[in-house]
Design a protein around this ligand. Structure first.
Ligand SMILES: Nc1nc2c(ncn2[C@@H]2O[C@H](COP(=O)(O)OP(=O)(O)OP(=O)(O)O)[C@@H](O)[C@H]2O)c(=O)[nH]1
Ligand SMILES: [Mg+2]
Length: 218
């Protein structure tokens, strides 16, 4: 399987997120920026959501990683258009990279473009990539203190997903603590508890996204 691999341009000097947003608005494409730690379950979540949403929306994925094309291969195996972005060391994706990659998708045919950001709870939250909305993923094994320790990732997001909830019996993870901390920094933000393994909670998140995507595309 041939995967298109692009590289992040580092000598940028301008924020082009507004241009990305304008183009996607014109093309009626909803960009969803998926952020969270390495291994938190971002690719698994995108895969779960593709299964739920692909009947209604035409979906594409940009897979961000420091190097390699493992995640783009996983998405392409689902017969979903996927481009791998390698940042070659950078800890976040920049709007300029999205702008460079967009011509590799048939934007006229696309409704939803997921971007899996680099696994990192800090830097991705600081960079607007032209997204319509953001999903922050936090998995149970990471611990329930992360909202307090990395607030920006939970403040500057439109939705918090607690993933790997099938692991709750094995970790001292207090969902009430996370819920309260999240309320404190993001009073309006919805929170979803789900498992990509068992499928619990995935339909509820998909329903929420369906509504949001329809509104963005209207
Ligand atoms: N038990 C359990 N494991 C999960 C769940 N979601 C993902 N995993 C596992 O967690 C590991 C990492 O999942 P990925 O989806 O690759 O995580 P990621 O955030 O995309 O990782 P990077 O791209 O490396 O940052 C894999 O072994 C998954 O099978 C879940 O809901 N429950
Ligand atoms: Mg991944």
């Amino acid at each position: 399987m041939e995967i298109k691999v692009m590289h992040q341009v580092m000598e940028w000097n301008q924020d082009v997120s507004a241009q990305v947003r304008a183009l996607l608005r014109e093309k009626r494409v909803c960009l969803i920026n998926v952020m969270g730690s390495p291994g938190t379950g971002k690719t698994s979540l995108i895969t779960s959501l593709i299964a739920q949403l692909r009947n209604e929306f035409s979906i594409g994925v940009i897979e961000g990683d420091i190097t390699g094309q493992i995640d783009a291969e996983k998405i392409a195996a689902l017969h979903i258009p996927a481009v791998q972005l390698n940042t070659d060391g950078a800890c976040h994706i920049e709007a300029m990279s999205i702008q460079n990659i967009l011509p590799h998708f048939d934007l006229d045919a696309l409704d939803v473009l997921f971007v899996e950001n680099i696994g990192n709870l800090v830097c991705p939250a600081e960079f607007d990539i032209g997204e319509n909305f953001r999903i922050t993923v936090l998995s149970i094994p990471e611990g329930d203190d992360k909202v307090k320790k990395y607030p920006l990732m939970f403040t500057d997001t439109d939705c918090l997903v607690l993933s790997k909830c099938d692991m709750l019996p094995y970790f001292d993870f207090n969902t009430k603590t996370v819920r309260e901390d999240y309320r404190g920094v993001n009073p309006e933000g919805p929170l979803f508890l789900l498992s990509n393994r068992t499928g619990d909670g995935v339909a509820e998140l998909a329903e929420h996204l369906r509504d949001r995507i329809r509104r963005e595309l209207a």
